[in-house]
Design a protein around this ligand. Structure first.
Ligand SMILES: CC1=C(CCC(=O)O)c2cc3nc(cc4[nH]c(cc5[nH]c(cc1n2)c(C)c5CCC(=O)O)c(CCC(=O)O)c4C)C(CCC(=O)O)=C3C
Ligand SMILES: [Fe+2]
Length: 340
């Protein structure tokens, strides 16, 4: 298989106040979410001047990957397209067609399986290619990387650095990993045999824990729940979990958002703002570990994942869960649409 381009696939985010509501309508398109709910979420974005950091983080990642390719003799042009905001993937795919690209490798900014984190990127690719029509390049998505050392090692260092800022007693310190909550049915149907999102997250958390702070107890909990209250999502929420930890006599927490690859708005708002405030109310010492962002090891991982496909380079990984490149068509079905 000969690949002739690389494309970074991501979520997208607003870059000025006027982008916020149209961006949010794109995120929930077809799901019948009322504007009042979106207006509430919009406040989180307005708090940061209507700018999500995610697009700049992706520009930085793409620039770093592009230089890393050049330094390692990989001669692929690099592109970037989003699901929910400019640059939209369909515009990127049109540009790739105009540039003569035939078959690109796509890297999505999510380490895990499941609908939102994996399958929906396949859908984004199919939708973008359908809109561009004849001549649209084929895009093959690169595998999930939850246990790749280039993802684990930066998280390990970040947990160690966060721990070092706490002044409390180690015996009563807890390591808390977080990821985006998803509907329980979505978790049950994640991956070819179900449960893949939570299984991979548990493996990531275990791998980071045993390298960063093997003596500390740890938990994996959830953040950023949305959707109507009658639909069950993964629990406990980080804020409820901090309360029960405080009741158990925990004095300090390190929160490591292994569910994400950059310090975007879900991290800045839901952790640095909300969870930090909860911890303060409870009198808990609190430190949030950084995500990989553009750590050189994470950037090198992207190149190694490309080399797995172009040179049949051996897979570098630390875990034991199964790995696959192309997902079966029937796995990770989309959530049921809500009535408007
Ligand atoms: C698993 C997962 C990831 C991690 C994997 C990955 O990274 O792909 C993720 C990432 C992100 N989620 C983000 C933002 C949002 N997610 C929403 C809504 C939802 N997320 C879901 C799941 C996930 N989401 C689900 C099941 C929904 C509800 C259903 C739906 O409607 O699809 C909503 C709607 C409003 C609301 O109801 O809260 C917003 C605004 C941002 C951007 C942050 C920024 O701007 O910096 C990022 C990176
Ligand atoms: Fe989300």
């Amino acid at each position: 298989m000969v690949y002739d381009a690389f494309v970074l696939l991501s979520f997208g985010g607003p870059e000025k106040p006027d982008d916020v509501m149209p961006f949010l309508r794109n995120v929930v398109r077809g799901r019948g979410v009322p504007d009042e709910r979106l207006a509430e979420v919009a406040e989180h974005y307005y708090h940061f001047g209507g700018v999500s950091p995610i697009n700049q983080q992706n520009r930085d990642l793409l620039a770093a990957v592009t230089s890393d390719f050049a330094a390692n003799g990989i001669d692929l042009p690099t592109y970037w397209g989003n699901r929910n905001w400019q640059p939209m993937l369909e515009d990127t795919v049109a540009q790739m067609r105009d540039d003569g690209v035939k078959h690109a490798l796509g890297f999505a900014t999510s380490a895990y399986g499941g609908y939102s984190s994996c399958k929906q990127y396949w859908e984004d690719i199919a939708d973008a290619r359908a809109k561009v029509g004849p001549g649209a390049p084929v895009i093959s998505k690169i595998r999930q990387f939850w246990d790749h050392p280039g993802f684990i090692d930066p998280n390990v260092d970040a947990v160690r650095a966060a721990l070092a800022t706490l002044s409390g007693r180690r015996e009563t310190t807890r390591l808390v990993f977080t990821a985006h909550s998803i509907p329980v049915t979505m978790a049950e149907t994640a991956g070819p045999t179900g449960g893949r999102y939570t299984a991979q997250l548990n493996e990531t958390a275990r791998l980071v824990h045993e390298r960063a702070a093997a003596d500390l107890p740890w938990d994996l909990v959830w953040q950023s729940r949305s959707g109507p209250p009658q639909v069950p999502w993964l629990e406990p929420d980080i804020n409820d979990h901090l309360e029960s930890l405080a009741e158990q006599g925990v004095t300090d927490v390190v929160v490591s958002p292994v569910g994400f690859v950059s310090d975007h708005l879900e991290v800045l708002w839901d952790l640095d703002n909300e969870a930090a405030e909860t911890a303060q109310k409870l009198g808990l010492g609190y430190a949030r570990a950084a995500t990989p962002n553009t750590d050189p090891r994470f950037v090198a991982m992207v190149r190694e994942l490309v080399q797995e496909r172009t040179d049949r380079a051996p897979l570098r990984r630390l875990g034991t869960l199964p790995v696959w490149d192309d997902c079966p068509v029937n796995c990770c079905p989309p959530p049921r649409r809500r009535g408007a």
